[in-house]
Structure formats: structure tokens, C-alpha cells
Design a protein around this ligand. Sequence first.
Ligand code: ADP
Ligand code: ZN
Length: 436
Amino acid sequence: MEIRYWNKDIETADIKSIRSLQLQRLKAIIASALQTPFYKKKLPSVGINSPDDIKSLDDLRRIPLTSKDDLRQNYPKGFLAVDTSEVVRIHTSSGTTGVPTVIYLSAKDLDAATDIMARSIYATGTTKNDILQNMMSYGLFTGGLCMHYGAERVGMMVIPAAGGNTKRQVQLMKDFRTTVLHITPSYLLHVRSKLDEYGVNVGDLALKKAFVGAEPHSENTRKKIEGLFNIDAYNSYGLSEMNGPGVAFECVHKNDLHIWEDAYIAEIINPKTGEILPDGSEGELILTNLIRHAMPLLRYHTRDLAFLHTDPCPCKRTHRRLSRILGRTDDMLIINGVNVFPSQIEEVVMRIPEVGTNYQIYVEKEGALDRLVVKVELYSKIFLGEAKQIDNLKTKIADELRASITITPVIELHEPGMLPVFEGKAVRVVDNRPKL
Ligand code: ADP
Ligand code: ZN
């Protein structure tokens, strides 16, 4: 397989030169950070008064972590390093976990972020001959515009379809022979469940690839997507605080995500103690943005759980790789004292062949105890015929889940199309327990 690089020198640079570039860029970003109201106070309190106080990458550890709450409390301008006349764009997070946060980009920052996005797209073997249908929402959310800019830089024809209006989306795919989709995995599965109704076969479409991201999904979901559409699905990781998609992306080998270390410094910490963990250990991902000067962000608490590794990749890119996101520290459920991540449930339900394209997790109180209900849609209505078949299937799903999460959920089976549909990030968990 021919390997294409967007920027071969940087993508395949030896680790030592990547680390020295990181140090040089870290110093420059510290200089910008010292211009912001927030870091102007924070950095001197740990003895950093100028970029020269950073002598090696280890000095990064002296800097306290920055949290989403810091961003919220210093909204709207506490992290801004330049006059707004230098800013060409703002974005906000999608607000999955509360009040959104804002980021600012100068023209230079936007250019750098676009380049990293183009590099990510290229790593999947996508070229200017491809046609991208961008099904992430446009506007304040980074998923739409940032991917759009990167794809244009690659030279692709971009269809800025945004989310929603599934019938029209499918029509666009047909009319313009779309080859690549950028979409959330949950919405892509929903699109598949609608094709029959529209009288469209997968074979009528020209799809080759999908960039799936913006929400947690399991390897089994990827396999399901690839099988249902006969395409390659590439995991795309990003967050608005780090400029959106393109922080880490899978290459054609689909063996975890290359995290672009010239643009981001990644660390993994133990979420309870804050201790920095070695490669290979699972913990919370902490990111420092090295390419955004209008709004520097140092050691940002992503709350995403993952691990980093250095296994060589056949593509010869040298940047460390990020595992699939294993969960978010803030979406862990405690059910009758047992810690459960929604991703563990998804992993199981998506490998059961009778399960269709949608599921939801409910937690409620039953007396003093918590009750976990997993609602899944089946592929077709036939299963709703025979009571015995249904009972067997329920038992099978409950047993497989118990083997993974150690508690036995109540299983509800639904006909296709009965569970709520999300055209952006899916809301998989409904926790109806009274708040303490
Ligand atoms: P919000 O925090 O409001 O959801 P964003 O829109 O910036 O804000 O979303 C970023 C978050 O989305 C990440 O921190 C991560 O939890 C999730 N995410 C993004 N891409 C992926 C992916 N490929 N796999 C799993 N989770 C992802
Ligand atoms: Zn690779």
C-alpha cells in the first residue's frame, strides 16, 4: 500500500527532534500564555515568569492543570492573549456536560489547525479526488467548520451538508457520488437504518470511507459500520478546546490514533492522584496546545480516559498513538456501588448480531437499589413475533452484559426506529435517579 504523507518530515521525524520542536514551541506558547489574564496570575505562582524559565519539557509538570471549570469561570476573555482585532474566529464546545466554553483563533492559529486537519485526512489515504460530505453540525461546534477547512486544503470537493435531514443527506450522497463521510457513529448507524425506507441500496452509493468521531464508540461499533456500509471507518478524535477534530486520527492501518505531537503535548495521569503515568497505562488524557497563540491552553484536563503507546506503525509515522477513548471520567455510572462506563455496555450490545443500530441506557431507583435498563433496537420486526425467542434473546444480552460489567441489567427490546435518534452527539445515558 502506498503511504501518503501531508508533511513527511514532521510525520516521520525521530522522537528526539519532535521533543526538541515541542520544547521550542512550548516556550513560545508560554510567552503568549503570560499575556492572558488567567495564566498571568497562575504561571508566576509556580515560578514561571518568562519563557526562559522553561528549560526542558519536564518543566511542563510544574504548571498546574487547567480544567473546564477554569475555562467557564474565566469566560469569556480570561484566556485571551491578544486583542480581539487579531481574532478571526471563535468556537464553543457542544456543552455535553454543562455551560459551553469558548476558544479564539487568530489567522495564523487557524492556518496551523487547518494544516493539522489536512494531515489527518491524508493519513487515511484520502486525496483531492475524494468527495467529502461533512455531516457534523456547522456553526459554533468545531466539528463542521474545522473539518471543512482541512478538507478544502486537501483540495477535496466538500459538501457542507451539516447534520440532520437524513433523506436529503442520502440524496446528496447519490447525486454527488460522495466517497467520504464525516459523521458521528450513532448518526451513521441511523442513516443505515433508513436506507431501506428510501429504497436505496448501499451499492447505489459510492461511499469508501467514514471519519467517525465526536463521541465514544467501541471497536464493535466500527466493525458494524464497516460491515453495514462496506466501507473503512477511521476514528477521529478531537475536542473544541484543542481546535476540534484532528488532534489524533487513525491512519490506513486503523490501529489507534496518531496524536500529532508537534501540535499537542499529551500526558496521561492517574485521575485520582494526578500522578503522571508511563506509556501504556490507562488514565486521563491531558493536552497542551502548541499551535494556538490567541488562546493558549496548557495542560488541559480532557476528562477522556485512554492510554498512549509507541508501538511502531507500518505507516512509519513516529508520533505516539492514542488508544480508542475508553470513557470519560464524568460519564462513569455508579450502579449499586459498581463502576460502569457506558462504553462497556456499547461494546457488548454492538457485537450481538440481532441488535440493530440504536440503544440507550437508563438508570433509575427501585426502592433503595439502582436499576439498570438497557434498551436496544432489533434489526427487524421478526423477533417480536415469538415470545420464547424474545425471552431467549433478552437472557443472552443480559448474560453477556453481566459477564462484562458484573451486574445484571433489565433488557428491553424495541422495534427498529423506536428509540430516540440524534443527528449530532448521541445522548446514550438517561440517569433518572434523584440527585444527592
Ligand atoms: P463537549 O465536551 O461539550 O462534548 P466537544 O464538542 O469539544 O465538547 O467534544 C469533545 C469531546 O468529545 C471529547 O473530549 C471526547 O469526550 C468526545 N470525543 C471526541 N472525539 C471522540 C472519539 N473519536 N472517540 C470518543 N470520544 C470522542
Ligand atoms: Zn500509522
